[in-house]
Structure formats: structure tokens, C-alpha cells
Design a protein around this ligand. Structure first.
Ligand SMILES: [Cu+2]
Length: 109
């Protein structure tokens, strides 16, 4: 009696573990495309730090994402910083994923 109960208990736990493992494996597979979101912003370049692939942008309100503010952004590639300079008004694209937020595109207006 006692042994039977214990066995089914262990079986239940095992099924649970397998289910959880299966679910998280499926999750990892699809994580990137599902959780990465793109946002479009407009702002003025405040300063550029090529060595650290950073750009300071005083940006306007980004609907459903963040209010207007002056903040630093990481850029996907240093090359994005070649065609802009402080004072430029720009359109930019932000990619937000579990890896963090990165500017993937900057275009001078
Ligand atoms: Cu911001």
C-alpha cells in the first residue's frame, strides 16, 4: 500500500520534470523572435562615444515604450556612428530583447 503510493508519487514528479524541461526547451528555441521588439524614435544626437559603441540621444516620446529623455544607447555597430555628429536630428530604430536594448539603425533626418 505504502510502496504503491510512493511509486506513483515519484512517477508524478518525473512527469512534471519532463514537462517543465520540454516547455523550457521549446521556449529557448523561440525566445529571440518572440521577445525582441523594435521601436522607432526621433531625437537629437548629444554626443558620440565610438570606442564604447555608445551614442547619447535626446529623444522624443517613444509611444508605448518610453517618455522623452536624454539618454545613452548602445549601437549594434560602430559604423552606425560614422554618418552622424552631435547636433544632428535623427530617426533611429531600437531593438529591445532579453540581451538588452540596442540601436540597430540611425538615419540623419
Ligand atoms: Cu529613453
Amino acid at each position: 500500500m505504502m510502496v504503491g503510493k510512493l511509486r506513483s508519487g515519484i512517477g508524478f514528479v518525473l512527469v512534471g520534470v519532463i514537462l517543465v524541461a520540454g516547455l523550457s526547451a521549446g521556449c529557448n528555441k523561440n525566445k529571440r523572435p518572440i521577445s525582441a521588439t523594435l521601436h522607432h524614435g526621433v531625437g537629437v544626437i548629444e554626443s558620440i562615444d565610438k570606442d564604447n559603441s555608445m551614442v547619447q540621444i535626446s529623444h522624443e516620446d517613444i509611444p508605448d515604450y518610453m517618455p522623452a529623455m536624454n539618454m545613452p544607447f548602445h549601437v549594434k555597430s560602430k559604423a552606425l556612428l560614422d554618418s552622424i555628429q552631435p547636433g544632428d536630428k535623427v530617426d533611429f530604430t531600437l531593438k529591445d530583447s532579453e540581451k538588452g536594448m540596442v540601436v540597430t539603425e540611425i538615419k540623419k533626418k
